[in-house]
Design a protein around this ligand. Sequence first.
Ligand SMILES: Cc1ncc(COP(=O)(O)OP(=O)(O)O)c(N)n1
Ligand SMILES: Cc1nc(C(=O)O)sc1CCOP(=O)(O)O
Ligand SMILES: [Mg+2]
Length: 505
Amino acid sequence: MIERENPYICGRAWTELHMLQELRMKNPLVVCITNNVVKTFTANGLLAVGASPVMSECVEDLENLIVHASAMLINIGTVTPDKFEYYKSALRLAKQHRVPVVLDPVGCHAGSYRLSVALDLLDAQGISLLRGNQSEIKAVYAALHDNQHESSPGSGQGVDGGQVDDISSVIYNLSRLLHCPVVATGTLDYVSDGTRVYSVPHGHPLMTSVTGTGCLLGAVLAAFMSISGIFFNRLSQAEFLAYVLAYYDIAGERAAEACGMLSGSFSTAFIDELYTMNDAVLNEADAMRPVIVPEQLKVYFICGTQDVGHSEDTLLETVQAACRGGVTCFQYREKGDNTLIGIDKLATAQKLKNICAAYNVLYIINDDVALAVAVGADGVHVGQEDMNLESVRNYMGHKVVGISIHSQEELKQTDIVHADYAGIGPVYPTGSKADAQALCGPERIGELQRAGLSLPIVGIGGITLDNAKEVLHEGACGVAVISAIAGADDPCEAAQQLTQIFKDK
Ligand SMILES: Cc1ncc(COP(=O)(O)OP(=O)(O)O)c(N)n1
Ligand SMILES: Cc1nc(C(=O)O)sc1CCOP(=O)(O)O
Ligand SMILES: [Mg+2]
């Protein structure tokens, strides 16, 4: 069991959340435009969660309901051409009234008409969250990525779907394409907001063998979307949604136990568990695990005031320019003589967090675990001489933990299970780290992978536009740089050029 006590934060445990209490206090009206198979189950499930369901079938009715609505679900499970017209009108009304909409593209991997319906709705740009099973989400991504609206999946499967190998990358990329979070359910559930990715280590196989649990999840997510603003300062969208998934999946685990593993009784037991769950269960649970996908680490910019003439203004401008140029990850590394400390460092870290948030850039803090927790960064990077990795994991909980590894000896000494990615260097001579270790060359990356290092890797140290490809060819999924961007005349252009190497690869 992971300990989450953090002496740096008022001596208290991990942030307490009261998501269920908030939801039940609000009792949001959730307009469900859903399929014929699951209407009763969806209504009962929403009531159990603490939301107020209403099923809607026509625009005339919806025009009255929308003024009171807190959220909307569009589930295309029994789509017809008439219903498709209705979905589009509903989406227009929701946009006008600023009502968040969850789209469930049921069965879109199984038929091209369903897929074209889902794509047209996504094209209209009013969807706040896309939730589907892994096969459905993969079908949407394949169609958008290949830019072929008339794609014909024809898997021959029903609306249930199988596991998808690279689902975490798919949801990360899809979320960035759509500019909305994506939830993909399966044996493990995944969520991404286009910056972070989490898996939820809960749930039970009975959840996928009873019709309606996936569809109800869409409705439950819609209900929670109506209160997401309350948590805006404390949680990223991905964390918020992962907590909702954990709540739902833990209810599934408890229901499976309560019903004696019988699928008929499961539905009733599941509604009971959704109803009786409280926030204490959520706060104790190991709700989510960070997932690092290679795309998140492609261009990893590191900077502190020491790299930009000891000026906070220049640091903020440089980081903003780098984010504009397309870096995918930023590490705040304030290190050396005459650098910021205490409250000044905290204030700068907070400003940098806001910049990264505006550009969907993963935000990591170097060394300073307490600072990372205090500003709610996405993660921390530590080296072999810094805090012990298991303690870092205990402090950081579900946040990203990066570790520096220079050699096979260090790999052997590292409790790698607590890390999410590795930085390997210095691959080339660097002027940005006075105490850098001996050069290891890009070939060290492949060597460490052959020695068993299976985490995503970034190369670091002296990487420029000219040598970056060698680092990638050795097996790194990204390049971590300071001077190639901070020292450039135009940091935005420098970042853009580095992102370009992944397109030509
Ligand atoms: C991505 C990444 N890789 C390696 C390092 C170096 O970390 P460390 O060895 O702890 O040295 P300092 O950066 O703390 O001087 C890093 N920061 N980032
Ligand atoms: C912060 C850091 N860590 C290194 C390591 O080898 O672990 S090299 C390094 C400095 C990287 O800066 P530049 O891109 O300017 O060479
Ligand atoms: Mg360090």
